[in-house]
Design a protein around this ligand. Structure first.
Ligand code: HEC
Ligand SMILES: [Cu+2]
Length: 343
């Protein structure tokens, strides 16, 4: 009798226990039941954008709740950057699982993005973590201020005249350093200069009798000096690494607009300047092109990096970059045309 009971128990254990165990393990693996020591576990699968990108790409979390993100990739190497939460996973190797613990205290929306050029559409690989407020974590006062281009009423989509004066050689802050002095504060102070295009600065200096002894080339050097005299080497190197991570694949390592990911972007036909469909579609902006860069003010460049768009594949970086990073990128892309001092 006892033996019989034992046999029945064994059978029951196998029939119920094993599937239950397996199921539990499965569920634990896929994160549905996953709680590790009071920590909610959320699985994120990172796939190339063609295969769906991040899944999920929208997470809703409670403020103050500890959460373990368990990130895996079934295809190629990805990265995961959540700037607002201080997370920067450089490498999610296929077949491996990366765990990151977060505890977002401040309610709000936190953008995240892949940081590896996992495919030609990599720049679409983005997502958002929404952190909900509760009694203990009230929503902060809305601190989001309007971007500068909006405050100044600058229309980013206006077509800029590109026929301004052109330098015969690369304007150089280095050359100007020796001769500088006598530049108006309105050009030296970035906050006053922000809506001025370099071509307008050239016109202004050229018309000033105080500079009548300078040749055009020297005036251009003064313009480069005005823009780059206060740029710090560490700012440029920080922006340089962001540039190679986030921009070079489209705009090219030398800023010439010839990066491999910039071909066949959506909306390129719209950018056919003549509209007759005959000329080849333009690619991402060429930062070494004087016609383009000398007629663009800093606020326009910053606004376009912040907002992206223009009916093209230019991504928005406003949700991923800090203000300092946005302005550092503007200074950095100026150095594709202007020679900074001390270089
Ligand atoms: C997926 C490709 C892609 C990536 C990545 C990309 N861009 Fe662009 N970018 C474009 C395209 C396309 C345009 C539109 C060109 C135009 O309007 O003529 C553009 C335009 C711009 C412009 C406007 C230039 C002008 O004169 O109007 C700026 C500034 C710019 N990009 C900066 C950046 C920076 C900085 C990064 C990296 C943080 C970046 N871009 C990443 C494709 C890209
Ligand atoms: Cu990617």
């Amino acid at each position: 009798m006892k033996r019989n009971l034992f046999a029945v128990m064994t059978v029951l254990l196998v029939l119920i226990g094993l599937p239950a165990g397996l199921f539990g393990y499965q569920a634990w693996r896929t994160g549905q039941l996953a709680w590790a020591a009071g920590v909610r576990v959320v699985d994120i699968v990172a796939r190339s954008p063609e295969q769906g990108g991040f899944a999920p790409d929208h997470l809703v979390l409670k403020a103050g709740e500890p959460v373990r993100l368990r990130i895996s990739s079934p295809d190629v190497v990805h990265g995961l950057n959540i700037p607002g939460l201080g997370v920067d996973v450089k490498e999610i190797l296929p077949g491996r699982v990366v765990e990151v613990d977060i505890k977002p205290e401040k309610p709000g929306r936190y953008a995240f993005a892949c940081t590896r050029w996992c495919s030609i559409d990599h720049w679409r690989m983005r997502g958002v973590i929404e952190v909900k407020a509760d009694a203990a974590h009230p929503a902060a006062q809305e601190t989001q201020t309007a971007p500068l281009y909006q405050k100044l009423g600058v229309n980013l989509d206006a077509v800029w005249p590109m026929d301004g004066p052109r330098p015969a050689q690369t304007p150089s802050a280095e050359r100007a350093a020796a001769a500088s002095g006598g530049l108006p504060e309105s050009l030296l102070d970035p906050s006053q200069r922000v809506a001025t295009a370099p071509a307008d600065a050239f016109r202004q200096l050229r018309a000033d009798p105080a500079h009548s002894q300078l040749g055009d080339g020297e005036i251009w050097d003064q313009v480069a000096w005005a823009w780059l005299h206060d740029v710090k080497p560490e700012t440029l190197s920080m922006a340089g690494s962001l540039y190679s991570r986030d921009c070079a694949a489209c705009h090219g390592p030398q800023g010439k607009g010839d990066g491999p990911a910039g071909r066949n972007l959506p909306g390129m036909q719209k950018m056919d300047a003549t509209g007759d469909g005959a000329s080849p579609p333009a690619g991402p902006a060429d930062f070494t092109d004087p016609a383009r860069m000398l007629n663009a003010s800093d606020v326009v460049l910053q606004g376009k990096i912040l907002r992206g768009g223009m009916g093209t594949g230019m991504p928005e970086f406003g949700s991923l970059y800090t203000d300092d990073e946005l302005w550092a990128m503007v200074q950095y892309i100026r150095t594709f045309l202007f020679q900074p001092a001390g270089k």
